[in-house]
Design a protein around this ligand. Structure first.
Ligand code: NAD
Length: 261
């Protein structure tokens, strides 16, 4: 157990990558602030499951990543409940696929707010406590789309390039204070977020489901395999370890070779 007595806030941890990261950090002994949307009973089952499986404490924050005050309260909940927020994983995210001229303005605004601005609000709330304790780990779930683009994902690619820049900037600001800031850039990971974009990609490109999976998604990845949520979570755990204390401001690809092309 390397993270005993640490507390991790993981945004968007009711599903997919965030849930895998929350569980992996709990397995290392961290107390967890779960966050995300979803069915109340399901979320409670997830929360209680983390406590019983890993012998840690977990609380749920219903903070909506569209709302600055709720994001700040999520961090305060962690500090009030456990005494500190030592690890912040900015992971919540949504996707929308459309040609730029038809891109709904409210979808653009939501993607920028959830995938980028929410990380700014959580970071500004959590950094003072990390500085006071001289230790912190901030991990942002970026994407291969923080490094390269794909058509019809203008808002997502803009937000992910933005979070890569935010990662580097904050890393420099806190570099001497025992706090590291990195982003993980997965390629395609089989989660509800990827499943949900298949119908719109079929429409935007005039393809069947199989063609989208093989010719669009896996076409990008030289390994021709999806990344797993547990592989992403493993990297997050490593970033919290002492071995990673000199890694900061990095954009770490886990994309089956996608961005090597
Ligand atoms: P997911 O849909 O399984 O999970 C997204 C999480 O974000 C859920 O818990 C959801 O409730 C939460 N969320 C969405 N809107 C929210 C809001 N307004 N307030 C609070 N929580 C909200 O998707 P995922 O694939 O696990 O995505 C997680 C992160 O990984 C995202 O930032 C995504 O961009 C990134 N990512 C995913 C892939 C992939 O292929 N799946 C690849 C690269 C990066």
């Amino acid at each position: 157990m390397t993270l005993t007595s640490k507390t991790a806030v993981v945004t968007g941890s009711t599903s997919g990558i965030g849930l895998a990261i929350a569980r992996a950090l709990a397995k290392e002994g961290a107390n967890i602030v779960l966050n995300g949307l979803g069915d109340e009973a399901e979320i409670e089952k997830t929360r209680a499951g983390i406590e019983s499986e890993f012998g840690v404490k977990a609380v749920y924050s219903p903070a909506n990543m569209l709302k600055a005050d709720e994001i700040e309260e999520m961090v305060r909940l962690g500090e009030r409940t456990f005494g500190s927020v030592d690890i912040l994983v900015n992971n919540a995210g949504i996707q929308f696929v459309s040609p730029v001229e038809d891109f709904p303005v409210e979808k653009w605004d939501q993607i920028i707010a959830i995938n980028l601005t929410s990380a700014f609000h959580a970071i500004r709330a959590a950094v003072p406590g990390m500085k006071a304790r001289g230790w912190g780990r901030i991990i942002n779930t970026a994407s291969a789309h923080s490094l390269v683009a794909s058509p019809f994902k203008s808002a997502y690619v803009a937000a992910k390039h933005g979070i890569a820049g935010l990662t580097k900037t904050v890393a420099l600001e806190v570099a001497t204070q025992g706090i590291t800031v990195n982003c993980i850039s997965p390629g395609y990971v089989w989660t509800p977020l990827v499943e949900r974009q298949i119908p719109d990609t079929m429409k935007a490109r005039g393809l069947t489901k199989e063609q989208v999976i093989n010719d669009v998604l896996l076409e990008a990845q030289p390994t021709k395999q999806f990344v797993t949520v547990d592989q992403v979570a493993g990297l997050a755990v490593f970033l919290c370890s002492d071995a990673a204390s000199q890694m900061s401001g990095a954009n770490l690809s886990m994309d089956g070779g996608w961005t090597a092309k």
